[in-house]
Design a protein around this ligand. Structure first.
Ligand SMILES: *Cc1c(COP(=O)(O)O)cnc(C)c1O
Length: 498
C-alpha cells in the first residue's frame, strides 16, 4: 500500500512519508492507493477485542510500512484509561429505537478530536524516525476550537516536536479559549488571530507551502508537519471507531452481521464523515452517510446539487467547530469518486480558489446522491433539539451533536427509513455549557464559564469531566491577538529564526 496525492496520481509515498509530510508538495492531500477490505469474519473477531486491538488491526491494513511493534507502541500509548475516562474509549449509548449515540468525547479535551490526536504524535514520531529525518517537527494548527486543544494535549512535551496553534479570536467558546490559553508544556505556542477559521486555515496553508519559510526551517533543523485533518495520520484513526462500533453492535446482538446501519455525522471539515465513508468502503455495511451542517450549509447544498459554492455569508453559530466554508477533506472523497482523475481535481480546486465555486460531473453527482443524505439546521432548531432530547430521553447533547440529531430526525421524517443508526456525538455538553443551558431555558448571562458548568451539572446530574473543572485554577499563558497577515512572523519568532 502506498499513498498518492489528490493533485498528482504519480506521487507514490509510504504511509510514514505521508504522515511526516502532512500535505503533498503539489497542495494535494494524501490518499491510500487502494482501500483495504475487511470480512465479516474479521468483524466478528474485532467484536471480542479491546479498542486498542481493533485500532492495531485497522492500522496494519493502512500503515503497511509500520511493523507490529511500532503499531502496538502507538495504539497502546494512545488508547488506554490513562487518557480516556472509559475502557471502551468510544462509548455507545442507546437513545431510542435502533438509534445509538457514538460518544467520541471521553478523551482529555472532551471532544472527538482526541480520538485521532492522542495517537497522531506517536504515528508522527515513529514516521519521522522511519524515514530517517533527524529534524525537529513543527506542527502548525488552524483550529475552530476543538482541534487546537486536542493537538496541544497530544503533542505537549513530546520530544522532537514543537506545536503552534492559531484560532479565530471570536470564533471559539469561552471554555475552548480557556483550554487553549492555559495550555501547559514547554514546546507549545497559542495565538489568536483577527479573522475567522478559514482565515486561520488559509494562513497556515500559505506558511506551510511557502518555499522561503521551508528553507529557513530546514537551515535551522526544523521541518513542518500538520496535525489538521488533512494529515492522513488524523484520518486513519477516525476509521477505527466506525468499524469498532459496528463490531460491538454485532457482538452485543443489537444487530445481525451484515445488517446495514446509517451513520450521522455533524460535519465541518468533512474529516469525520470521510472516515465513515472509508469504513463503508472497507466492508462495514452502511446504508446512508448522513451529513449534518449548521447554518453554514455549503455541504448540504453541495451534496444535494453537486455545486460547491463558498461565496456566501459566513455565520458564527453555537456549533463553532462546524463554522467552515471550505471543507478540506471533501477533496479526498472527490478524488475517489471521479476515478482518481487528478487533472479533474486540480481543475475543481483551482476554480474553488479563484472563483469560489465549482460543479462536479453528473456521474459524481449520482454517486453522491446514492451514498449521502445531507441536511442542515439553524441555532434555534439546534437548541429546540437539545431541549426535546433531554426532556424525552434524559440525554444531554452538546450543540454540535444536536445538529446531527435534528438532521437525522428530518431524515427519518422525509424518508421513513428505520435502519439502525449511529449518531456521532462529538463533544461533551460541558464544553458548550452556555448554549446548552440556554437551550434548556436556564441561561445565566452573568455567570462565567465555570459557574455555567456547575449550573449545567445541577440540571443534568451528568458528572463534570475533571479536565474542565481543573482549568479554573490554571494560569493564562497566552494573551492578545494578531493580524492574519502576521502569522508567518509569529511562527518564525516563536521558533527563534526570524
Ligand atoms: C471538529 C468537530 C466537528 C466537525 O468534524 P469534521 O471532521 O471537521 O467534519 C464536529 N463537532 C465537533 C465538536 C468538532 O470538534
Amino acid at each position: 500500500m502506498y499513498y498518492k496525492s489528490t493533485r498528482n496520481s504519480n506521487v507514490n509515498v509510504t504511509s510514514a512519508q505521508a504522515i511526516a509530510q502532512g500535505i503533498s508538495k503539489d497542495g494535494g492531500l494524501f490518499v491510500p492507493s487502494e482501500i483495504p477490505s475487511i470480512s465479516f469474519d474479521d468483524i466478528k473477531a474485532l467484536g471480542e477485542m479491546s479498542y486498542a486491538q481493533r485500532a492495531a488491526f485497522i492500522f496494519t491494513k493502512y500503515l503497511t510500512d509500520f511493523d507490529g511493534a511500532e503499531i502496538s507502541y502507538c495504539v497502546d500509548n494512545a488508547y488506554s484509561t490513562k487518557n480516556f475516562d472509559t475502557e471502551n474509549i468510544a462509548e455507545i449509548v442507546h437513545l431510542f429505537d435502533g438509534t445509538y449515540m457514538l460518544e467520541l468525547w471521553h478523551g482529555p479535551t472532551c471532544a472527538f478530536k482526541d480520538m485521532a490526536l492522542q495517537i497522531l504524535p506517536y504515528l508522527l514520531t515513529v514516521s519521522t524516525k522511519k524515514i530517517n529525518l533527524d529534524k525537529k517537527v513543527v506542527i502548525l494548527v488552524a483550529t475552530s476550537g476543538d482541534t487546537g486543544k486536542a493537538a496541544l494535549e497530544g503533542f505537549k512535551d513530546v520530544p522532537g516536536t514543537q506545536i503552534l496553534v492559531f484560532y479565530p479570536e471570536d470564533g471559539v467558546s469561552a471554555m475552548q479559549k480557556k483550554q487553549m490559553t492555559t495550555q501547559e508544556g514547554e514546546n507549545v505556542g497559542v495565538c489568536a488571530i483577527k479573522g475567522n477559521f478559514d482565515d486561520a486555515q488559509n494562513g497556515v496553508k500559505k506558511i506551510f507551502t511557502s518555499e522561503e519559510v521551508a528553507e529557513k526551517l530546514s537551515e535551522n533543523g526544523y521541518m513542518f508537519s500538520s496535525a489538521n485533518s488533512i494529515n492522513w495520520g488524523r484520518l486513519a484513526p477516525q476509521i477505527i471507531y466506525y468499524v469498532s462500533s459496528y463490531a460491538r453492535l454485532v457482538a452485543e446482538n443489537k444487530i445481525s452481521m451484515g445488517d446495514k446501519i446509517n451513520i450521522v455525522v455533524p460535519t465541518g471539515n468533512f474529516g469525520n464523515i470521510l472516515a465513515a465513508y472509508y469504513a463503508k468502503k472497507m466492508g462495514i455495511p452502511v446504508n446512508k452517510l448522513i451529513c449534518a451542517s449548521n447554518a453554514n450549509n455549503v455541504l448540504t447544498e453541495f451534496l444535494t446539487t453537486g455545486i460547491y459554492n463558498r461565496n456566501r455569508e459566513f455565520h458564527t453559530t453555537i456549533s463553532p467547530s462546524m463554522d467552515i466554508l471550505i471543507s478540506s477533506n471533501l477533496e479526498r472523497l472527490l478524488y475517489h469518486l471521479c476515478g482518481e482523475d487528478d487533472m479533474q481535481i486540480r481543475e475543481w480546486f483551482t476554480k474553488l480558489s479563484v472563483e469560489g465555486r465549482y460543479e462536479v460531473t453528473d456521474s459524481v453527482k449520482a454517486i453522491l446522491k446514492e451514498e449521502f443524505y445531507a441536511g442542515c439546521c439553524n441555532d434555534e432548531e439546534t437548541k429546540t433539539c437539545i431541549n426535546e432530547i433531554f426532556t424525552k430521553y434524559s440525554y444531554i447533547c452538546d450543540t454540535h451533536t444536536a445538529v446531527a440529531v435534528k438532521v437525522y430526525e428530518d431524515y427519518v421524517k422525509n424518508t421513513g427509513d428505520n435502519t439502525t443508526t449511529i449518531i456521532a456525538s462529538t463533544a461533551s455538553p460541558y464544553k458548550f455549557s452556555n448554549s446548552v443551558l440556554d437551550a434548556l431555558g436556564k441561561s445565566d448571562p452573568d455567570a462565567d464559564e465555570f459557574r455555567l458548568v456547575e449550573e449545567l451539572a445541577e440540571v443534568t446530574k451528568l458528572p463534570v469531566p475533571s479536565s474542565l473543572a481543573e482549568l479554573k485554577n490554571k494560569e493564562i499563558r497566552f494573551k492578545g491577538s494578531i493580524e492574519k497577515s502576521d502569522m508567518k512572523d509569529f511562527v518564525l519568532e516563536t521558533l527563534g529564526i526570524k
